[in-house]
Design a protein. Structure first.
Length: 220
């Protein structure tokens, strides 16, 4: 049913293609559902609309804000009821790992980030060494931060736990290195980013970013 809501949003954007915030919600929803290709397409449309060369909608008289049809409201209530039921079931059966993942994704699609973070907190308390859950939690924390903000202690610690659980995970290596650099520990950042290079193909943007980070570190 959540996928049905996302499909409805996509259909609405075909009729109202200049809704930048709608494209942003659609891209975020596709990311949460794991559909990277569709998320990239929605993000490309969003960037185009935000650019100076974006096509402009035809001039027309201002119209009242659209309202959701009644059946959509009913579906929203049904979905929220299902999610609430899943949350209640997990209170009785907190060892259901896949249930926690479904719950956090549901809250993210429903744009309830606080509840999503609370659910991640409960999930990682049940599975403290689960690298996948820790990485998903860290990404959810990052989504609530400003793009140019320093890595928060919460995200930093989650990535450190993921690194301890999974060894040299590339994503964790990058962000733990970033956290160490921001906390003025250049030697540790250098060690982590140097280890990360072995996972990055030559002449790629990701490798150039990491090499640039390494060059920017304070010399011993």
């Amino acid at each position: 049913m959540i996928r049905g809501m996302v499909a409805q949003l996509a259909a609405r954007l075909e009729e109202s293609p200049y809704d930048v915030e709608g494209w942003e919600r659609l891209a975020r929803s596709y990311r949460v559902l794991g559909d990277s290709e569709k998320a990239a397409e929605a993000e490309a449309t969003m960037r185009q609309l935000r650019g100076d060369d974006a096509p402009k909608p035809p001039a027309r008289a201002a119209a009242p804000a659209p309202t959701l049809p009644r059946d959509t409201d009913d579906q929203q209530e049904q979905i929220e009821g299902m999610v609430a039921g899943l949350a209640a079931r997990l209170e009785d059966d907190p060892a259901d790992r896949e249930g926690w993942i479904r719950l956090t994704r549901s809250y993210q699609v429903l744009e309830k980030p606080v509840k999503a973070l609370d659910a991640f907190e409960e999930a990682t308390a049940q599975f403290p060494n689960d690298a996948e859950l820790l990485l998903l939690f860290a990404r959810a924390v990052l989504q609530q931060s400003a793009p140019d903000a320093a890595l928060s202690n919460r995200a930093f610690n989650l990535y450190r736990r993921a690194l301890e659980a999974q060894g040299e995970n590339p994503e964790a290596l990058y962000f733990v290195g970033l956290g160490e650099a921001q906390r003025e520990n250049p030697d540790e950042a250098r060690r982590l980013w140097t280890a990360l290079l072995q996972y990055l193909e030559p002449e790629t943007e990701a490798r150039r970013v990491v090499e640039g980070r390494l060059e920017g570190l304070k010399t011993p």
